[in-house]
Design a protein around this ligand. Structure first.
Ligand SMILES: [Zn+2]
Length: 78
């Protein structure tokens, strides 16, 4: 996985939560648009966030991040 993808992953939760300055949001957005595997990842995260927001409060972050990193490796995100 590239450094850019790592950075995007590190920022995806603050990005989704809106806890981010516009300059960082712009950087993440740019990466998501130009890196299809990370773009897919973002779609997945958005759906996940909706589901978690609707349902029980479950602490899934570590597991989810591990699976997302596997997903990115499989999809050759470099
Ligand atoms: Zn990427």
């Amino acid at each position: 996985m590239s450094k850019a993808c790592d950075d995007a992953l590190d920022r995806i939760y603050p990005f989704l939560d809106g806890e981010m300055t516009w300059i960082h949001r712009a950087k993440v957005r740019w990466h998501l648009r130009h890196c299809p595997p990370c773009g897919d990842l973002y779609d997945f995260e958005e759906r996940l966030k909706v589901r978690v927001g609707e349902g029980a409060r479950v602490d899934v972050e570590d597991d989810v991040v591990a699976r997302l990193k596997g997903f990115l490796d499989e999809n050759g995100c470099r």
